[in-house]
Ligand binder design. Structure first.
Ligand SMILES: [Zn+2]
Length: 113
């Protein structure tokens, strides 16, 4: 799937999730924190950092060299990687942001299938 479609799908799902969070009385700052993680996970820290010339890879500038070792649809397209990242962030007290990152990555990975 093309990068632009991934971003569109992710943003549509985020806009559907926000009213659901509101319905379940999730506190506003948690919703904002989750959305922040989701947007970062869509535009910057996306599973497509492993693809040459992907949009997120172009956005992160020279940080892209951190991902030189990843092969496309490898580790970064594995939900377990994002689950571990979520657990680490949750351990550090950023569970909502981690959930946003995790959710955005899961939507991306499912859309790739
Ligand atoms: Zn992908």
């Amino acid at each position: 799937m093309k990068g632009m479609s991934h971003e569109l799908i992710n943003f549509v799902i985020l806009f559907l999730l926000i009213p659901i969070f509101f319905l379940f009385s999730i506190q506003g700052h948690n919703t904002i924190y989750f959305s922040f993680g989701w947007v970062i996970g869509t535009l910057y820290l996306s599973p497509d950092l492993d693809a040459d010339y992907s949009r997120p890879l172009n956005r992160i500038g020279n940080l892209k060299y951190l991902f030189w070792f990843t092969r496309h649809r490898g580790t970064l397209h594995n939900p377990v990687f994002w689950g571990c990242l979520f657990l680490i962030l949750a351990f550090l007290g950023h569970a909502w942001m981690g959930a946003g990152l995790f959710g955005a990555a899961l939507v991306h990975i499912m859309a790739d299938k």
